[in-house]
Design a protein around this ligand. Structure first.
Ligand code: FAD
Ligand code: DLZ
Ligand code: SF4
Length: 511
């Protein structure tokens, strides 16, 4: 049976289910660069280069194995610009008996694919994306049997299933979670790990030229592109992380420092998400470092929890709850996204630093995404769809199955608490504790009201005030609401006035 095997830009994995049982003599592997995928959001220029260059390198490697590749480039004559259009053209070139495709990562593409069987009068076989450690069916089964739909319980289920960091049926070291040890401040004289840089090769340089010419108006610096675009280089990045960063990953996971864009984070998410690395091998490399005494338990547990726990959990939530999930707006947030998310032009230094780092690298680490740009959007009530579009555009690792639950659920609480038991709202005190941003900011994190006051301070209380009816019943919000209840009426009025003035000016270019 002659088969056309479609590989998408985030499925660049030799062991992908769509490539199994390949008949090298008859089958065709089909990949297409299409306008629709490059523009469904205005992707950061580096994300475009990463995906397109990694696709081209992957196609080269399959060709070198002797596979029959049909690869359409973005600028090829006749490129229709859509997956459906390009698949139609490919079918007229190859006359196959069936199409095989691994389930895509995004609902949008999954919906599009449902029309293909009828449209092309050719059977389409959808295969599970088994690069994940938990299948959708297993997640749904777990969720059904558990009253508490929380990450912590899912994570324990996954630890037991894999046997990772387990001694019999007990967690290694006696605790499931070393989160509390992952919140240290950076010492003054800490040593930055050496940089990991992958110089662009000829293929990448060609794609950079394409992106420079065709997507000049997209956000982000292009020339600093230094991501790995092959599996070999991604494996080097993994090794670099294990050797230089993992031992201190746990301690400083929540820390932020001006000009230090990666700290001890792995920056492996783009590689895992597009298929250059497999989540299992990444966790196993960290576990091996622990068993060889090269990294402490708290660091390795913290790292494994992000992948075995959070990454699998958000993917489970996405596929279980879409498409309705994306439409919820628990806090009725409707404000437009401020311009400075794109320009970086604000005198709030924390926000400026994170937007600038995002522009430089198409990367920001978790706490920057959650507690700086996420927290600000939450406190100011920015419309979830606008915030989500921003996150989906600006990060090299952004694909909707992982971006949406993190933004909609974790950062914005727009799902009403399905993902996180309370909103991650915080005042300037948290940012001051975990970063050096406040030194050198136009505002003072210790001042609560007046022109010097850090906007996060009054916005935090105003957020509690305006959302009182929705949030006060949440038992995890009892303490902040007790504090609010004790607040003098005139102070409450002053906070409200200053927050409202600030919000009225939010769309002005420079705050
Ligand atoms: P590390 O800190 O080194 O963590 C190791 C790995 O764990 C990551 O590579 C990633 O694969 C996984 N991981 C860690 N946290 C999460 C999480 N919350 N959800 C899923 N996987 C996780 N991650 C994405 O991959 N794509 C996104 O589009 C994305 N959008 C986000 C949006 C918001 C608002 C927030 C708060 C988080 C988002 N995350 C997203 C999760 C997380 O911020 C990134 O995975 C992480 O910053 C990637 O950097 P790293 O590889 O250095 O991670
Ligand atoms: C992100 C992306 C981009 C920018 N371009 C392409 C492309 O031209 N061709 C392709 O196959 N995939 C691309 N991708 C990745 C897809 O958007 C991704 O595979 C789907 O969103 C499903 O997750
Ligand atoms: Fe951000 Fe406030 Fe600190 Fe300025 S003072 S950097 S606005 S937290």
């Amino acid at each position: 049976m002659k088969t056309l095997r479609l590989i998408l830009g985030d499925q660049l994995c030799r062991t992908l289910s769509a490539l199994r049982d390949m008949d090298h003599t008859r089958d065709v592997v089909f990949m297409a660069e299409v306008h629709d995928e490059t523009t469904y959001v205005r992707h950061h220029k580096q994300k475009l280069v990463l995906v397109l260059s990694a696709m081209r390198h992957f196609a080269e490697s399959l060709r070198a194995e002797g596979m029959h590749m049909d690869y359409v480039q973005l600028d090829d004559k006749g490129n229709s610009g859509s997956f459906t259009g390009e698949l139609g053209r490919a079918l007229s070139r190859h006359h196959v008996d069936r199409i095989v495709v691994t389930q895509p990562g995004e609902w949008r593409v999954w919906e599009m694919m449902q029309t293909w069987g009828e449209e092309f009068d050719t059977p389409v076989e959808f295969r599970e994306d088994d690069r994940f450690l938990c299948s959708q069916a297993e997640f749904a089964h777990w969720a059904k049997g558990n009253k508490s739909f929380r990450l912590e319980y899912f994570y324990r289920h996954m630890r037991r299933k894999t046997g990772w960091l387990m001694t019999g049926d007990k967690p290694e070291g006696g605790r499931w979670n070393y989160d509390e040890e992952n919140r240290k401040k950076l010492p003054r004289n800490f040593q930055t790990p050496p940089a990991r840089r992958f110089a662009p090769d000829a293929i990448t340089r060609e794609v950079m030229t394409l992106v420079r010419n065709r997507f000049a108006d997209h956000f982000g610096q292009l020339e600093s592109f230094d991501w790995a675009v092959t599996r070999e280089d991604a494996l080097q990045a993994l090794q670099h992380f294990i050797t230089h960063c993992l031992p201190q990953f746990g301690d400083y996971q929540d820390a932020m420092k001006t000009g230090q864009d990666f700290l001890f984070h792995s920056a492996l998410s783009p590689y895992i998400n597009i298929g250059l690395l497999n989540p299992q091998e990444v966790c196993e490399a960290a576990l091996a470092a622990y068993h060889q005494g090269l990294a402490p338990l708290s660091a390795v547990e913290g790292f494994v929890r992000q992948i075995l726990g959070w990454r699998e959990y958000v993917r489970g939530v996405y596929w279980m709850k879409m498409p309705d999930y994306a439409r919820t707006n628990f806090l009725n947030a409707e404000r437009p996204l401020p311009d400075f998310y794109w320009t970086g032009e604000t005198d709030m230094k924390c926000l400026r630093e994170v937007v600038e780092a995002t522009r430089r690298n198409a990367y920001a680490h978790h706490i920057q995404r959650l507690m700086i740009t996420g927290n600000f959007a939450l406190l100011t009530g920015v419309a979830p769809l606008q915030v989500e579009e921003w996150y989906l555009s600006v990060y090299a690792d952004a694909f909707e199955w992982v971006e949406l639950p993190n933004t909609h659920g974790m950062a914005l609480h727009a799902d009403g608490g399905l993902l996180g038991s309370k909103p991650y709202a915080s005042s300037g005190a948290y940012i001051d504790r975990m970063s050096d941003y406040c030194a050198g900011c136009a505002y003072d994190p210790k001042t609560k009201l007046g022109t010097e006051a850090c906007p996060f301070n009054y916005l935090y209380w105003y957020f509690l005030i305006v959302n009182e009816a929705r949030l006060k019943p949440n038992p995890r919000m009892a303490l902040p609401y007790r504090l609010l209840a004790r607040m003098a009426a005139n102070r409450r009025q002053q906070i409200t006035r200053q927050a409202q003035e600030f919000l009225a000016r939010l769309q002005s270019r420079y705050l």
